[in-house]
Design a protein around this ligand. Structure first.
Ligand code: SF4
Ligand code: FES
Length: 402
């Protein structure tokens, strides 16, 4: 069905900051630059229980998930308003029985499809069916390279072996593969082997993704926070590997912002380049946005089109541009470079998403937060709180560093 671009109303009184997309009352797709890529979180169900999961603490139940027909309508609408790529994620997207049908539909409406998966629910037949349905790319998350340690982080026995098997099948089926390795204090020492594992698996790309601390990861920060020495060593190692593996493996790496001088330009700036869709159809400015309280996120089940929500909803406009910024951001020369950092992190660490991200050294709260992180990195317990629908389960037994 065609999206209702005509229901776009004049822009609300948000700041104008030189962003042309915020200044013209034309159609949403034209004026707000509909993102080229969208993340579809098909479900929050997942067989893994990673303690750094980016899903909200309050996970959405299966009963609230969009139906197959609703997702198909969403995919058609996305294609019509100019989205080019759809990233199927979760939770675990293959926990949805209709995953092949959804990939087929996305392919039919002309979307490039990427599957972001823990892989453990896949069989060779299922992977083949996905490839036949037009799947373009597979991204598999790894918890490390040592099987027992990786299974412990995932909270699922035998998961690492299954991931390796499915990664090999992915390449046998000639699908491009990205290895996504989430890094933290307890697995950073494995990085050289993880890089080699990605080469051996014939991956095109390796994402060395340092944990971001909101939601589940914030609950587990003391167990995950790396030391400054670890980060310095990692940066050196990645740089050398990037040089050595040019043309063989692309390696993406971002310094964790607790150890950076300035924060990351999270999501390319709030409401500028990205949105994702939650399992129940809420349109969110980022995957962790629901960790911020007090924002009302509209759903594809509302009577507004996706483009209208992107352009007009309060949740997207609240932190768009630079007009909302407090000092020191407001008079900072970097305000259109990093857009004040991450709103979710500002909320998680200061209780107000409208504050400067404390990862910035100019934030008055930076010093205190960095010191806490430093203390946790050197003295925190190694025990995890596993992510699940029960609101988290403390890891049993051993594993405590203290
Ligand atoms: Fe970025 Fe604000 Fe820090 Fe300036 S003060 S560097 S705009 S976060
Ligand atoms: Fe939500 Fe950074 S993760 S704005």
């Amino acid at each position: 069905m065609s999206p209702t671009l005509t229901d776009a109303t004049p822009l609300p009184a948000v700041a104008t900051d030189g962003l042309s997309i915020l200044e013209s009352p034309k159609s949403a797709a034209e004026t707000f630059g509909i993102p080229l890529a969208v993340l579809a979180e098909l479900t929050h169900r997942c067989p893994l229980q990673c303690p750094y999961c980016s899903n909200p603490i309050e996970l959405e139940r299966a009963s609230s998930e969009l139906t197959t027909e609703e997702w198909k309508k969403v995919l058609s609408e996305l294609a019509e308003i100019g989205v080019l790529q759809i990233h199927f994620s979760g939770g675990e997207p293959t926990a949805r029985k209709d995953i092949v049908e959804l990939v087929q539909h996305a392919n039919d409406v002309g979307l490039y499809t990427n599957l972001i998966t823990s892989a453990v629910l896949l069989s060779r037949d299922k992977l083949k069916a996905l490839a036949d349905a037009g799947l373009c790319h597979v991204q598999i998350s790894f918890q490390g390279n040592e099987p027992a340690a990786a299974d412990r982080v995932a909270g699922l026995k035998d998961s690492h072996r299954k991931k390796l098997e499915i990664a090999r099948w992915t390449r046998e089926l000639d699908l491009p593969l990205t290895v996504n390795a989430v890094m933290h204090r307890q697995n950073l020492h494995q990085l050289p082997d993880i890089i080699q594992m990605a080469v051996d698996l014939d991956a095109d790309r390796l994402e060395v993704a340092n944990v971001q601390y909101y939601g589940w990861a914030l609950k587990n920060r003391a167990a995950l926070m790396p030391t400054l020495e670890q980060i310095e060593e990692t940066s050196r190692l990645v740089e050398t590997a990037q040089e050595r593996l040019k043309g063989i493996l692309a390696i993406d790496y971002v310094v964790p912002d607790y150890y950076a001088l300035r924060p990351k330009k999270c999501m390319g700036g709030w409401g500028r380049q990205f949105f994702n869709i939650s399992p129940s159809g809420k349109i969110l400015p980022c995957h962790a946005a629901e960790t911020i309280t007090g924002l009302d996120f509209l759903s594809v089940r509302s009577n507004h089109s996706i483009a209208w929500i992107w352009q007009n909803s309060d949740a997207f406009n609240r932190y768009r541009g630079t007009g909302w910024m407090p000092e020191p951001c407001q008079s900072c020369e970097f305000k259109e470079v990093d857009f004040g950092g991450c709103r979710c992190q500002a909320f998680a660490l200061t209780g107000d998403a409208g504050n400067t991200d404390p990862a910035c050294t100019l934030s008055p709260l930076h010093e205190r937060i960095f010191k806490t992180a430093e203390a946790e990195a050197s003295g925190g317990s190694d025990r995890f709180i596993y992510r699940n629908f029960a609101g988290g389960t403390p890891e049993a037994g051993s594993g405590d560093a203290s």
